[in-house]
Design a protein around this ligand. Structure first.
Ligand code: PLP
Length: 385
């Protein structure tokens, strides 16, 4: 199947966050938006057609997942990630972040410690604080230009923690954690009775030649659950929905009970349909997509070559973490430089935790033409310094 990664479909005025929130986020509409983690591309035809056909049936009552959904998710995990699950482990959810909130509340009490590994996807901070848990930080260490986990410090923190939120692969650092690193996390967490919430929403987005390791493959006797969704991979985040894989029956029932109590179920006719269709028909999409993302990454590398910006080579995700510390600007000046001098709307690194200070995150899931324009603007701005 060939896919079109050259046409941009997002635009202002269609209720699309990437464009319609620019004024609120950047204080101006005049930036090329390369921030929020969704894509400019059309979702595959199979998904479009399935949605159109279902929408033509003009009755949109409550949804129920069908056996085909469960089968499609199971087959996707088996085929793409070599993980055989028992269909009983699977629950549809409203999305990954709502499920993290449910899981934290299922597995811990107010005041209990929850570990996160900054710089990291910023809603993790709020999830811990807003559920009145104690935020325990296990910052990543930058070694030879890429992030590694500080496993010694993790072991110390694990003594006071109930839960670890693992970002696998890591946003914004782009690490596809190795089986050895994940196995050590599992051993530490098992030793101290810490449950791992493995957020694997970026699991399908590995660069050519890189393999994603589901935490489940190394978990052994570590308590864990895995959360994911088709939305990041197939650009359907605006439709919502996702799923949890929870092998432990007690944990599964407890989480399901809380989900029901809050009426936060994941049975949405369109999101169930998208997941099933994407996973049935989208096998060659991730490779095609990541080939385009790699070309876009290379264009950004070229723009940054011989400059004070050093991109952190990513293994996964369509996000690229730019080390801008050598520009010698504080965070506010750095943001202003990108917005007003380069005309680019990127995510400011410090929102991912203080460890992200001096960095910016760029979203590569755009057309080559948009990336080209953005890089010409960046090159001109850098030349003007
Ligand atoms: C690591 C990570 N988890 C979760 C999400 C969002 O998940 P959802 O929209 O399913 O709540 C994102 C979106 O960028 C993400 O990067």
């Amino acid at each position: 199947m060939s896919y079109d990664f050259h046409t941009a479909y997002q635009r202002p005025g269609i209720g699309c966050e990437k464009y319609d929130k620019r004024q609120a986020i950047f204080g101006t509409e005049s930036v090329i938006p390369l921030w929020v983690a969704d894509m400019e591309f059309a979702s595959p035809d199979s998904i479009q057609q399935a949605l159109i056909e279902r929408a033509k049936l003009p009755s949109y009552g409550y949804a129920e997942r069908m056996a085909g959904w469960t089968e499609a998710v199971g087959q996707w995990l088996a085929r793409q990630h070599h993980w055989q699950i028992d269909p009983a482990w699977l629950l549809p959810t409203a999305g990954v972040v709502p499920s993290l909130a449910l899981a934290i509340q299922t597995l811990s009490q107010p005041g209990d410690g929850v570990i996160i590994q900054p710089p990291v996807y910023f809603p993790f901070f709020g999830l811990v604080r807003e559920t009145q848990r104690q935020l325990l930080l296990n910052p990543l260490r930058e070694v030879n230009g890429r992030y590694q986990m500080d496993l010694e410090q993790l072991e110390k923190l694990a003594r006071q923690a109930r839960v670890l939120i693992l970002c696998n692969p890591h946003n914004p650092g782009g690490r596809a954690w190795s089986a050895a690193e994940l196995a050590e996390v599992a051993r530490i967490c098992a030793r101290h009775g810490v449950s791992v919430l493995s957020d694997e929403i970026h699991m399908d987005l590995s660069y050519p030649g890189i393999t994603h390791t589901p935490f489940a493959q190394v978990a052994e006797d570590c308590s864990y659950l895995m959360l994911s969704a088709a939305g990041k991979t197939f650009n359907t985040a605006g439709i919502g929905g996702g799923y949890a894989v929870i092998p432990d029956a007690v944990l599964r029932q407890d989480l399901q009970r809380l989900q029901n109590t809050l009426h936060l179920n994941g049975e949405n006719i369109f999101s169930l349909l998208v997941t099933e269709t994407a996973y049935r028909h989208g096998h060659d999409w991730p490779t095609a997509l990541m080939t385009q993302i790699a070309a876009n990454r290379d264009r950004v590398y070229a723009a940054c070559q011989h400059s004070a910006i050093t991109p952190m080579p990513p293994e996964a995700t369509y996000l690229l973490w730019l080390d801008c510390r050598a520009l010698g600007m504080d965070d506010q000046a750095l943001e202003q430089f990108f917005i007003h001098r380069a005309g680019l709307g990127l995510s400011a690194g410090h929102i991912f935790g203080e460890q992200g200070s001096g960095y910016m995150r760029i979203n590569l899931a755009s057309t080559p033409a948009i990336i080209e324009q953005a890089m010409q603007q960046l090159e001109a701005a850098l030349a003007g310094l």
